[in-house]
Design a protein around this ligand. Sequence first.
Ligand SMILES: [Zn+2]
Length: 239
Amino acid sequence: MESKRKNRLFQHSTMAALVGGLFGGTTTFKDLMKHGDLGIGTLNDFDGELIIVDGEPFQIREDGKAYKVAPEDTTPYATVTYFEPDVLFNVQEAMTREAVEEKIASLVQGPNVFYAVKVTGNFKVVDTRVAPKQSRPYPPLIEAVKTQPTYHFEYITGTIVGFFTPKYISGIGVAGYHIHFIDDMRKIGGHVFDYELLEGVVEVAQQTEFELELPQTSEFLRSDLGSPDMLEQIEAAEN
Ligand SMILES: [Zn+2]
């Protein structure tokens, strides 16, 4: 039994693999969940958005609704950590996403390490999208996200979780913030484009280590994942 070390980032596979259309699940949730209680990612067949809150994984499907994830379900890309905040602030007056991110930046130790974030509270607005399920032969990421449904939620209580990734990690992860939302009732959510927080709490945990687990499928091992415009494709697909 592995010890549950706090704030040690664990990631399965890479953004580069998703850019290349490697959407087939390459690890189970049974295995993934050994490495954290908070996280984000996607699911087998790029079927929606993954959000793990308080040790419970949820799948947000194309209909924008949240579904339970089973231990035997699989994922091609996910990032998790055992979350223990070391920076925390309360929000009592409305803050835009930009304002929250500026405030975090003023409280942490610079942009060259990973941070896990958790924002819990009442939101005036949350704008999301959901990755649309794909089937083999998989298209590249840039094609897959062309038909993604978007959702606009207003006056909703819930939780945003995700990660800040340093720019130099681009290709392995998504540089900057990559965040997902789920509402209080665990009924709806998605990949977050933008939000405005009315009141709540922002928790941040600097990650002291990063473990990258690479798939051992021949598909992953033999694909050409060195697309010259990979970073542009990630930017276009994720932001
Ligand atoms: Zn996402």
